[in-house]
Design a protein around this ligand. Structure first.
Ligand code: ZN
Length: 67
């Protein structure tokens, strides 16, 4: 089993796993940087086409003859 160091996704430096709560990040700074970048670029909620058609019968027409 060869020692294959995991690289920090932010700075590409080898990150140690031992006692590292932020693994695979090498430091808290890199962790926050990656998190912020992820939030800004990728994490986007797609707009739900709520008012797209308008031809959606939500309720069936009830009988109006109640007299
Ligand atoms: Zn790093």
């Amino acid at each position: 089993m060869t020692a294959r160091p995991t690289r920090c996704p932010t700075c590409k430096k080898p990150a140690t796993k031992d006692g590292n709560k932020l693994f695979p990040f090498c430091s808290e700074r890199c962790h926050l940087l990656d998190l912020g970048r992820w939030l800004n670029e990728d994490y986007r909620v797609p707009e739900a086409p709520e008012s797209a058609g308008g031809a959606a019968p939500s309720s069936s027409p009830s009988t109006d003859e109640e007299s």
